[in-house]
Design a protein around this ligand. Structure first.
Ligand SMILES: Nc1ncnc2c1ncn2[C@@H]1O[C@H](COP(=O)(O)OP(=O)(O)OP(=O)(O)O)[C@@H](O)[C@H]1O
Ligand SMILES: [Mg+2]
Length: 356
């Protein structure tokens, strides 16, 4: 809607986990280091947790994009079903079985084992990434542990990455899961961005969308965005998008703290009837400031709240995210194979600019 006014190729603060916008904060960098280390060392289970909207899915999508071709990955999102359903999804995603094939659990496990042995022979590694893993049932987790028993004398044939909200940590502390817990060799919690990184994050996303410095959030504005969002990227996006919308209505491109405060207050004061919140992760209350009445913005910001709120809820519940299958989620490009433990990434390119 406002892209043209600002000269963006697209909205810079979309709520989709788009790896093109990936910002390598220190915490994301460390998370990638741990992930790459965990996957390269071939030791079994890796656990990644983080608050709602902290960027877990974006991180994984970035990892998927940068894995080499020798890594075969299944990425599954739907994690509330039975083990059999999960197994089917994994094998479909690895293209070991077709969607139509309704094989028994024993037959599926046998196919899986053959596949793993064949990949090991070709020196490929196989990784299963389960997002929203906090939803997994205890018995499903226990059966996943059994999957990790596919191994040779020297190495595991399969690595499993469990990605989830902080409840996953609690779940994995359950005494029934002691055996699984002992097999988790790498754990990482994705903390929110600090104030400085929030500012860099905002600038980064504006740059990727093609702002060329025309659109600016002042230091004070970024401080407020950080306070509101507590450094959670999804809430940073909500705050910045609301500000951009308000700026479009007022025809301005530089935003100070006061302007952001008004946009956020309007977003909070006028929740559209029945509109869901963005995930369960509530924005922090803002410190008091002097409101200035502005007509027009209210309508625009309220509309944005509906769209963002609904999108946030759908994303948080996984409803918007496509079920991982096929090439779209397995864009394993060969450009990046980091030396063990470095997790270096190709730099993001502004939209519309060619890669070097
Ligand atoms: N490192 C990052 N760089 C750029 N954008 C990010 C980053 N991390 C998160 N985001 C943005 O924040 C929003 C939420 O990210 P994401 O969906 O990955 O969070 P999540 O932790 O998986 O949330 P949930 O707990 O709801 O599954 C997305 O719009 C995404 O683009
Ligand atoms: Mg997610």
């Amino acid at each position: 809607m406002y892209e043209k006014f600002y000269g963006f190729a697209e909205k810079p603060f979309n709520l989709t986990p788009d790896p093109d916008y990936f910002f390598l904060s220190s915490v994301h960098k460390r998370a990638l280091d741990y992930l790459v280390y965990g996957l390269e060392s071939g030791m079994g289970f890796v656990q990644v947790t983080g608050e709602i909207g902290s960027g877990k899915t974006t991180l994984i999508k970035c990892l998927l994009r940068n894995l080499s071709r020798e890594v075969k990955v299944a990425y599954v999102l739907h994690s509330k079903g039975t083990f059999l359903q999960l197994l089917r999804m994994i094998l479909e995603d690895l293209e070991v079985v077709g969607i139509e094939q309704k094989l028994s659990k024993e037959a599926l496990l046998s196919r899986f084992r053959d596949f793993l042995v064949e990949q090991a022979r070709r020196r490929n590694s196989v990784v299963v990434i389960i997002d929203e893993a906090q939803n997994l049932q205890l018995d499903v987790l226990e059966e996943l542990r059994m999957l990790s028993n596919f191994e040779t004398e020297k190495a595991k044939l399969l690595q499993i990455v469990l990605v989830g909200q902080p409840e996953l940590r609690e779940l994995l502390r359950r005494p029934e899961l002691e055996q699984l817990r002992q097999r988790i060799t790498v754990r990482f919690h994705l903390y929110p961005l600090n104030e400085r990184e929030t500012r860099s994050y905002v600038q980064h996303r504006l740059r990727i969308a093609g702002s060329n410095g025309r659109v600016r959030f002042t230091a004070g504005a970024c401080r407020l965005v950080h306070r509101y969002s507590r450094g959670l990227p999804r809430l940073i996006n909500v705050a910045c998008d609301a500000t951009l919308l308000a700026g479009f209505v007022e025809e301005r491109k530089v935003f100070n703290e006061r302007f952001v405060r008004e946009a956020l207050n309007e977003l909070a004061d006028r929740p559209p009837d029945g509109a869901p919140q963005v995930g369960d992760s509530q924005p922090a209350p803002l410190p008091p400031g002097r409101p200035r009445a502005r007509r027009g913005i209210l309508v625009g910001v309220a509309a944005a709240a509906i769209v963002l709120g609904l999108a946030g809820l759908l994303l948080a519940t996984g409803a918007l995210a496509p079920r991982a299958s096929g090439d779209a989620w397995k864009r394993l490009v060969d450009v990046f194979r980091p030396p063990a433990g470095t997790g270096r990434l190709e730099p993001a390119q502004p939209r519309g600019e060619p890669s070097p």
